[in-house]
Design a protein around this ligand. Structure first.
Ligand SMILES: *[C@@H]1O[C@H](CO)[C@@H](O)[C@H](O)[C@H]1NC(C)=O
Ligand SMILES: *[C@@H]1O[C@H](CO)[C@@H](O)[C@H](O)[C@H]1NC(C)=O
Ligand SMILES: *[C@@H]1O[C@H](CO)[C@@H](O)[C@H](O)[C@H]1NC(C)=O
Ligand SMILES: *[C@@H]1O[C@H](CO)[C@@H](O)[C@H](O)[C@H]1NC(C)=O
Ligand SMILES: *[C@@H]1O[C@H](CO)[C@@H](O)[C@H](O)[C@H]1NC(C)=O
Ligand SMILES: *[C@@H]1O[C@H](CO)[C@@H](O)[C@H](O)[C@H]1NC(C)=O
Ligand SMILES: *[C@@H]1O[C@H](CO)[C@@H](O)[C@H](O)[C@H]1NC(C)=O
Length: 293
């Protein structure tokens, strides 16, 4: 039982923690620059699950190989969860975080996340309330290096009038994908390298090919423009800042120690029933392994 519980803990708690490390590697030295909150540590699973990183890395590699969309999904989950309550991931990261006792409602999520139609002023003000600065805003926006979007998130820039900032050819192609403002089609967020986590997103912005207002305005606003340029010309710098900002974001109202819980099923709270939890842990470790294969 203890063994099952341990591998369960490793699996669920960390499955959300390490995925970005798949795209690039960050040295311990780089990460150590990030301050970590009480209760988290870099070596939380050192004795209970020393191979946790390689286990998760190899599983997620398989998952992403089958469906790269899962990578964008995980990244998105991190943003939603962290801005709204706690939960979520990191890298080589501070470990030991626990699951919350409440779930974010759709409404609260929408109130906490600035919409894709927001300009840089709105985004900067919104993230400043979480102690995230202009560099964090630009670095975290680099999450749009992978993933897709529905037309309705950007057709405000096409209809009724075309956003003059948007590259004309890019706009015409988007109109083909989204013939009406309410089209249910989707398109990629990063036209240069849609499935690769890299710095091309910033190159897009410099070429006025950012998809959302919230993307493109980062290259219009004087507070963020030079940061965009610096990431476009130096991918190492982007990766470094992205990791630091993710670690910062990942510790927003984090639960540690005896707070929160370790969920037997990630999508539901544990029943207030200890024998139930012990029972479910055994089953689910196997089920989820099967799912990930
Ligand atoms: C969520 O927000 C919408 C629109 O603002 C509102 O109509 C709805 O009642 C809200 N739902 C809940 C459960 O608060
Ligand atoms: C940004 O958007 C807000 C809200 O829509 C608006 O009040 C503000 O004038 C805009 N700022 C700029 C610089 O466009
Ligand atoms: C988008 O949707 C329209 C129908 O609304 C369809 O005719 C069109 O082919 C679609 N375009 C793409 C690129 O999927
Ligand atoms: C979508 O928008 C077009 C106008 O852009 C309108 O004619 C059409 O009825 C809308 N369709 C739906 C399903 O709302
Ligand atoms: C790119 O950024 C890295 C990380 O900050 C830095 O070490 C390196 O010197 C930069 N490269 C250039 C060409 O400026
Ligand atoms: C976890 O909970 C969700 C929501 O109640 C349920 O749909 C799902 O089947 C559960 N998964 C397992 C493995 O029990
Ligand atoms: C605890 O959960 C188990 C399994 O669902 C159930 O059989 C048992 O009745 C529950 N006990 C209490 C006190 O709720």
């Amino acid at each position: 039982m203890a063994r099952a519980a341990t591998s369960f803990t490793c699996f669920f708690l960390i499955s959300s923690l390490l995925f970005p490390a798949l795209f690039f590697s960050i040295s311990e030295a780089d990460n150590s620059a990030a301050p970590i909150v009480n209760g988290l540590s870099w070596s939380f699973y050192k004795s209970s699950c020393p191979k946790v990183e390689s286990i998760i890395r190899s599983q997620l590699k398989k998952v992403f190989k089958k469906d790269i969309g899962q990578a964008a999904g995980l990244l998105r989950l991190h943003f939603h969860d962290c801005f709204v309550q706690s939960g979520g991931p990191d890298y080589d990261v501070p470990l030991g975080r626990r699951d919350g006792l409440t779930f974010a409602t759709r409404n609260v999520t929408l109130q906490n996340l600035p919409p894709p139609t927001a300009n840089a002023s709105v985004i900067l003000a919104s993230l400043a309330t979480k102690n995230l600065d202009a560099t964090d805003v630009v670095a975290l926006s680099g999450g749009h290096s992978i993933g897709i979007s529905h037309c309705t998130s950007f057709t405000n820039r096409l209809y009724p009038t075309q956003d003059p900032v948007m590259d004309k050819t890019f706009a015409n192609n988007l109109k083909g994908v989204c013939p009406t403002a309410n089209s249910t089609n989707t398109t990629v967020l990063d036209i240069r390298s849609p499935d690769k986590f890299d710095n091309k997103y910033y190159v897009n912005l410099m070429n006025r090919q950012g998809l959302f207002t919230s993307d493109q305005d980062l290259y219009t606003d004087s507070r963020t423009k030079s940061i965009v340029t610096s990431f476009a010309i130096n991918e190492t710098l982007f990766f470094e800042k992205f990791a630091l900002s993710m670690i910062k974001m990942g510790q927003l109202s984090v639960l540690t120690g005896k707070n929160g819980e370790i969920r037997a099923n990630c999508s539901v709270r544990n029943p207030d029933n200890k024998s139930y939890l012990a029972m479910k842990v055994d089953d689910e470790v196997e089920e989820d392994r099967a799912e990930l294969r």
